[in-house]
Design a protein around this ligand. Structure first.
Ligand code: ACO
Length: 325
């Protein structure tokens, strides 16, 4: 028994900031941000908004497209590192917001790779016949953990949520395989302490710089490219396929230069790689499901296509899911 994705959805906060808007906060330029990262705009959560609400909106859209009622779900798995609470989990807050009860709801913490990890966890549980209809969400608001005065990090991140509904189903379509990797030795390339205020862009309170996101960008860049290339090759090989069989790669949207470098190493032409980092920035665990939803909307995915989803993020964590549509 395998699992198939039958609905997708996305939602963002209401405020869109351009690179020029960012110049009000830090000493930067549209030219620097675009050439180094490919980012043009990002959605940022405000103090009167809730990421759980945004995730619920994305989830309702995914359920609608799947033609299912929320009450049909039998598990919720959320990839996130952005819960306002250490506990209860984000997934439990989302469950309550969606009017559900009793079904298991839990978070998977793998930073930007959170959604890839969550899909793998859901797929494994479905193969074990534990659940048959699972809501998998990627939701993050890393902007709330930034030092707004740090131009090396504050221009990179955006907020949002993406959701998919997976159903267990025999047959040739669905998740063909997943591969997850972690390397704790690199924990300090990208980290944030679990302390400090929720510091939205409009909040008066500010995180102490030491409590904000710390990033060693150039090192992270090099390792991310290597990891994404390796995991992509390996997951395809393990499934007994070739890279040429992949119709579309939907990578984590951290940085256009990382995406292009990985594509180049893999020998993938640009039309085989979906990007939307220009509009969203790096939305962490939300980036792959948001991109998947947009790729579907843009008619880039057809029945029988082989999709490769991959990501790399703090931990370090990285991974890939191979899916036949
Ligand atoms: N605006 C203007 N100038 C800036 C900015 C900014 N926003 N940020 C940094 N600079 C300046 C620096 O101060 C530095 O100037 P200096 O040499 O006078 O000190 C210069 O630009 C170069 O800085 P670097 O940090 O060396 O720039 P680099 O070319 O490495 O690009 C970047 C930085 C974009 C962060 C790059 O290292 C990168 O993409 N790393 C990967 C990080 C990433 O994607 N993280 C997301 C999470 S991880 C993941 O999802 C895979």
């Amino acid at each position: 028994m395998g699992s198939r994705i039958v609905g997708t959805g996305r939602a963002t906060p209401r405020t869109l900031l351009s690179n020029n808007d960012m110049r009000r906060l830090v000493d930067t330029s549209d030219e620097w941000i675009r050439t180094r990262t490919g980012i043009g705009t990002r959605f940022l959560i405000r103090s009167d908004e809730s990421l759980v609400e945004i995730a619920a909106e994305a989830s309702c859209r995914a359920l609608e497209r799947a033609g299912l009622k929320a009450s049909a779900l039998d598990a919720i798995v959320v990839g996130t590192v952005s819960s306002d609470y250490a506990f209860p989990s984000f997934a439990c807050q989302l469950q309550h917001r969606m009017g559900l009860d009793l079904i298991p709801a839990f978070d998977v913490s793998a930073a930007c790779s959170g959604f890839i990890y969550a899909v793998s966890v859901a797929d494994s549980a479905m193969r074990a016949a534990e659940y048959s209809r699972v809501l998998v969400v990627g939701a993050d608001a890393l902007s709330t953990m930034l030092d707004w005065a740090d131009r090396r990090t504050s221009v990179l991140f955006g907020d949002g949520a993406g959701a998919i509904v997976m159903v267990s189903e025999p047959g040739p379509s669905g998740v063909l395989g997943s591969l997850l990797r972690s390397s704790g030795q690199y924990w300090n390339l990208l980290s944030v302490k679990a302390t400090g205020v929720r510091c939205t862009v409009d909040a008066e309170q500010r995180r102490a710089p030491g409590d904000a996101i710390q990033m060693r960008g150039p090192e992270l860049f090099r390792i991310a490219v290597r990891c994404m290339e390796e995991v992509t090759r390996s997951v395809v090989e393990r499934a007994g396929l070739q890279l040429e069989d992949v119709s579309l790669v939907i990578p984590h949207q951290a940085n256009l230069r990382i995406i292009n470098a990985v594509a180049e190493r893999l020998g993938l032409s640009p039309d085989k790689v979906f990007t939307n980092v220009e509009r969203y920035g790096n939305t962490s665990a939300a980036s792959v499901p948001i991109a998947l939803d947009e790729a579907l909307e843009q008619n880039r995915i057809h029945a029988g296509d082989v999709l490769l989803l991959n990501a790399c993020g703090g931990g370090l964590t990285w991974g890939a899911n191979l899916v036949r549509w």
